[in-house]
Design a protein around this ligand. Structure first.
Ligand code: TPP
Ligand code: DXP
Ligand code: MG
Length: 642
């Protein structure tokens, strides 16, 4: 749907932050209003992270007005809130390509602009990166101040504490702006969240900058008394000082993150007087200024295209239920049958679908905040106690907890169940969110069982199989988005571990598929029937343990074998080739091809466009089959007797 582009005479004058720094303060508030209207207009056409971006409109204007960006390095945490920043930093002309093929990234990205000094998308990295820039400055590199903007959700992650702890000890001049909107994706959880809320909710004057001694003098007179009272209140609230002061930061706040005057005064005071690390506690509203977002339960965290007049989002095309919703229901059903089943999520109850189980069994679903490392070891402890924990974490975010998977789960053989959503290429979130590596990083762990659902019916069976599997850790992966429309079983069946299945019998070439690309494999096989090429299609179901009987049957009775997986090199295909090499299958010239993600970054687009860029369409699979099926296409000797 098209809609009138809002009139933005002030924004039209901004080619970059230097233009913004020429504007008088009272104009900046008006500029922010225009910027907010632009963000709403843009995201109504592109979809994306609306609520987070609306929450930092004033903050984005004020930071660029006070600091000398891009010489001063502005590092956004997660980066999903960067749309105002991108509009102000010379990318307004491309902002309506956001999150699309060949368009602007939905996160900050170094290759996109000098105003994006550090890429993001995975949370809680900004303080570490900003400290790195501060050290660079102090050692003579051509860089100015370092400013990290981190949300109340992101600061709940361990990585943020590691950085705060080190920055406080280093004592270098560094600015950390805590963007506290009392929301993560879901309502925030954890002790830090309630601590921040106590500060935020203190008497109204606490909204006025409560500045450390050194800053009060820099404030306009009317604010000085309030600042003094608020500072006393804040320090009184927590004994000797705020947590941040205990860590070596000067604490400034809480301030109103939508009051341009406060923001400019506090940022200028901080920039003028800071000699060490400063944390500025900014209180904002997620979805600020757009009622459909402010009123939404998720504050418009991630929206599809919408009608800006009403906020009504474009409906998905209906059709098959999502893998996520099928998982959530299957998990909830398993929990109903077995009280030992519990679930852990790292701040993504809805995204992972465990919220479905939480509706029925609220005491058995644990949202630990953005804390994947803790989530895994927490689940390991639960497993060790005799519970049956499902640790539901997107493939890409599980990367953050790899040592916990190895050290706390696999080496101890603890039966943690890993529900790995967003396996494969995910679309608009791009490369930072690709679920590309989990087959490889799990498949090489002794005792780990690794499954991949070929459709949503199989997913139901895998949930039941995982629930029943106490012999050791087990993982099952499935893609983002809608299923294939497969009929769902009433109840999941516990599958035999390590058993695959033949889907279609052929005689020339065998495809051994792992996961949801089975659909494309079957389309490819159908394409070749007319060409007289007969293809067997098999579903491995398990990457570990492999169904070696099935594998050897395929290589003994076909001219060639092709493996297919929605993952990077070093995954399923490698596991298969390792097994074949171990058996000497290559000694007699077996023809084998691996179809997987290429060894390069696949940038954001629709999932279909991304798989096309990866060379993994049904047509690509058919081409690979042709090249080995046609006599002379490959030196192929049927491997009798291997
Ligand atoms: C390591 C990691 N885990 C989970 C996510 C998913 N995620 C993206 S934004 C977000 C919430 C961030 O909350 P906050 O920092 O408060 O930012 P806000 O959206 O409120 O502006 C989460 C959990 C992520 N990006 N990175
Ligand atoms: C910014 C972030 O990391 C999350 O909001 C992520 O974009 C959610 O991904 P899904 O939309 O696949 O749940
Ligand atoms: Mg937040």
């Amino acid at each position: 749907m098209t809609q009138d582009i809002p009139k933005t005479p002030l924004l039209d004058r901004i080619a970059g932050p230097s233009d913004l720094r020429q504007m008088p303060d009272d104009t900046l508030a008006l500029l922010a209003d225009e910027l907010r209207a632009e963000v709403i207009s843009v995201v109504s056409e592109t979809g994306g992270h609306l609520g987070s971006s609306l929450g930092v409109v004033e903050l984005s204007v004020a930071i660029h007005a006070v600091f000398n960006t891009p010489m001063d390095k502005l590092v956004w945490d997660v980066g999903h809130q960067c749309y105002p920043h991108k509009i102000l930093t010379g990318r307004r002309d491309r902002i309506r390509t956001l999150r699309q093929k060949d368009g602007l990234s939905g996160f900050t990205k170094r290759s996109e602009s000098q105003h994006d000094p550090f890429g993001a998308a995975h949370s809680s990295t900004s303080i570490s990166a900003a400290l790195g820039f501060a050290v660079g400055r102090d050692m003579g590199q051509a860089t100015g101040d370092a400013i990290a903007v981190i949300g109340d959700g992101a600061i709940s992650a361990g990585l943020a504490y590691e950085a705060l702890n080190n920055a406080g000890a280093e004592g270098r001049r560094l600015f950390v702006i805590l963007n506290d909107n009392e929301m993560s994706i879901a309502p925030p959880v954890g002790a830090m969240s309630s601590y921040l809320s106590r500060m935020y909710a203190s008497e109204p004057l606490a909204r006025v900058a409560s500045l450390a001694e050194g800053f009060e003098a820099a404030l306009p007179a009317p604010m000085r008394d309030g600042a003094r009272r608020a500072r006393q209140l804040v320090t009184g609230l927590t004994g000797s000082g705020t947590l941040f002061e205990e860590l070596g930061f000067q604490y400034v706040g809480p301030i109103d993150g939508h009051d341009m005057g406060q923001l400019l005064a506090v940022l200028r005071a901080a920039r003028t007087r800071a000699t060490g690390p400063v944390l500025i506690h900014c209180c904002t509203v997620k979805g600020k200024g757009y009622a459909p977002a402010e009123d939404a339960a998720d504050k418009g965290h991630g929206v599809s295209k919408f009608d800006p007049m009403t906020g009504a989002q474009a409906k998905s095309s209906g059709g098959a239920p999502s893998y996520t919703s099928v998982f959530g229901q299957a998990l909830s059903d398993e929990a109903a049958r077995d009280e030992r089943v519990v679930a852990v999520t790292a701040a993504m109850p809805d995204g992972t679908g465990v919220s479905k189980m939480a509706e029925r069994f609220p005491g058995r679903v644990f949202d630990v905040g953005i804390a994947e490392q803790h989530a895994v070891t927490f689940a390991a402890g639960m497993a060790a106690s005799g519970l049956r924990p499902f640790c539901a974490i997107y493939s890409t975010f599980l990367q953050r907890a790899y040592d916990q998977v190895v050290h706390d789960v696999a080496l101890q053989g603890l039966p943690v169940r890993f529900a790995i959503d967003r396996a494969g290429l995910v679309g608009a979130d791009g490369a930072t969110h690709a679920g590309a590596f989990d087959i490889g990083y799990l498949g090489n762990l002794p005792g780990m069982t690794v499954m991949a659902a070929s459709d949503e019916a199989d997913l139901v069976h895998m949930v039941a199989t995982a629930a029943a599997h106490d012999a050791g850790p087990i993982a099952f992966r499935y893609p983002r988005g809608a299923g294939t429309g497969a009929e769902l079983p009433e109840r999941g069946r516990v599958m035999e571990i390590g058993k695959g299945r033949v889907i279609e019998e052929g005689s020339d070439v065998a495809i051994l598929s792992f996961g949801a690309h089975l659909f494309e494999c079957r389309v490819a096989a159908d394409m070749l029937v007319e060409e007289g090429i007969s293809v067997t299609v098999a579903d491995a179901r398990f990457a570990k343990p492999l169904d070696t009987d099935l594998l050897m049957q395929l290589v003994r009775h076909h001219r060639a074998l092709i493996t297919v997986e929605q993952g990077a090199m070093g995954g399923f295909g490698s596991i298969v080739m390792h097994e074949l090499a171990r058996r000497g299958a290559f000694d007699r010239g077996l023809a084998i091809r691996n179809i997987c993600l290429p060894d390069r970054i696949i940038e954001q687009a629709s999932p279909a466009q991304m798989y096309e860029a990866a060379g993994m369409t049904a047509g690509d699979i058919a081409d690979a089959i042709r090249r080995v099926a046609v006599p002379g296409g490959a030196r192929v000797v049927p491997l009798r007797g291997v």
